[in-house]
Design a binder for this molecule. Structure first.
Ligand SMILES: *[C@@H]1O[C@H](CO)[C@@H](O)[C@H](O)[C@H]1NC(C)=O
Ligand SMILES: *[C@@H]1O[C@H](CO)[C@@H](O)[C@H](O)[C@H]1NC(C)=O
Ligand SMILES: *[C@@H]1O[C@H](CO)[C@@H](O)[C@H](O)[C@H]1NC(C)=O
Ligand SMILES: *[C@@H]1O[C@H](CO)[C@@H](O)[C@H](O)[C@H]1NC(C)=O
Ligand SMILES: [Cu+2]
Length: 345
């Protein structure tokens, strides 16, 4: 008779411990925009497709990003990062070789997005969720997407002749494709933003660059998404979604179709489109997870791109540095569970 009660009290104790550790690790004290309490979601933040947001919601989102770009960096470990926004980019530059082409690719980016969303809400008074950009709706003519709107979007294509990729640099090791850097984004909310990291792992002050390339559109179609969702194992699914130099897929196709900084393996989070692109990939993973119950705990794949190899498990630690909480993969598997508490609509 007593044991369920004891088990329940023990569970409560664990939840309290967990909650305290979350609060203790938070650098920003009280989490004003918390969506969970005592280990349970109080609400699920609704991540919506970009074009169903109202104009006011769209502008609130890009304004919050501009706020993050104006706040000072917190982590002296990345001296090149001057702002909170830079810090997210810096972490990606430093970890890029450890978080792509590996089993933790999707879990790590899920926690990265969640940390960014929390920073926008806790530090910049953003009330909404991270929107996602369902580029499959734009694959026919990427340039015609509402995402590029100068007022209610992220600004448009790079203007030819306004940017030159640094010379005397090893483009191969920085994974820089100079032809993708068409020019500076000259309109929209980020027109005058100074990027401090990149391209690649260079540290140069430059404008936000783009170079829209329709030729990658075949990788971001509805058919490509549907095909990927049919794959039976996590590893097959991840390979079909991520892509790479050998064969382009949705993830890298989405990066290359925007071009400029987004086309770079290391410095791509300089473009705020990084986060709405990755939200779509996260949503596709979530849709795949929901098709079979066991997928809420299914991960596989090597933890490094190069040998010696070991397979990831749910206990594999996702490192978030100063931008968020480092958590084991198991913590990010169910987006409806605390402390994640978000969903896709
Ligand atoms: C694509 O959209 C752009 C912007 O709306 C337009 O200028 C262009 O003509 C379109 N291209 C095609 C092939 O429809
Ligand atoms: C550039 O980097 C690549 C890859 O690290 C290396 O193989 C190549 O030798 C480098 N080229 C020069 C000119 O240093
Ligand atoms: C960018 O800055 C210049 C010079 O300060 C200013 O004239 C221009 O209006 C700004 N552009 C945008 C889109 O904010
Ligand atoms: C990783 O997992 C695969 C599939 O279960 C297995 O064949 C392989 O031996 C494992 N490799 C390592 C290094 O643990
Ligand atoms: Cu990445």
């Amino acid at each position: 008779m007593q044991s369920p009660r004891v088990a329940f009290l023990f569970l409560l104790y664990l939840i309290t411990l967990f909650r305290n550790s979350v609060l203790a690790e938070s650098k920003h004290g009280e989490n004003h925009a918390a969506t969970f309490k005592e280990g349970c979601c109080m609400e699920l933040l609704q991540r919506k497709e970009w074009r169903i947001l109202s104009d006011g919601e769209k502008i609130a989102y890009t304004n919050a990003i501009k706020c993050l770009m104006s706040l000072p960096a917190q982590n002296p470990a990345f001296s090149e990062a001057k702002t909170r926004f830079d810090e997210f980019q810096a972490l990606h530059v430093h970890l890029a070789d450890n978080i792509h082409r590996v089993g933790q690719f999707l879990p790590w980016h899920r926690q990265f997005l969640l940390s960014y969303e929390r920073a926008l809400r806790n530090e910049c008074e953003y009330q909404g969720a991270t929107p996602y950009w369902d580029w499959s709706l734009d694959s026919r003519n990427i340039s015609a997407s509402p995402i590029w709107d100068p007022v209610t979007g992220f600004g448009g294509n790079g203007v030819p002749g306004t940017y030159t990729v640094p010379k005397n640099v090893n483009y191969t090791e920085n994974l820089i494709f100079p032809e993708a850097f068409v020019g500076c984004v000259m309109d929209g909310p980020f027109a005058n933003y100074t990027v401090r990291l990149g391209p690649g792992f260079l540290q140069t002050n430059h404008c936000l660059t783009r170079g829209i390339d329709q030729s990658y559109s075949v990788h971001i179609t509805y058919e490509a998404v549907a095909r990927t969702l049919h794959l039976p194992t996590f590893e097959q699914f991840r390979l079909e979604l991520e892509g790479g130099a050998a064969a382009h897929k949705m993830h890298d196709g989405g990066h290359y179709m925007v071009g400029g900084e987004m086309s770079n393996f290391y410095s791509s989070p300089a473009d705020p489109l990084f986060f709405v692109h990755h939200a779509t990939l996260d949503r596709i993973w979530w849709n795949w997870q929901q098709m079979v119950p066991s997928r809420l705990t299914e991960v596989s794949g090597y933890s490094t791109y190069e040998p010696p190899f070991s397979n990831i498990t749910l206990d594999f630690e996702l490192r978030l540095g100063s931008v968020g909480l480092s958590v084991p993969i198991r913590k990010v598997m169910d987006i409806h569970k605390a402390p994640n508490c978000y969903t896709y609509v």
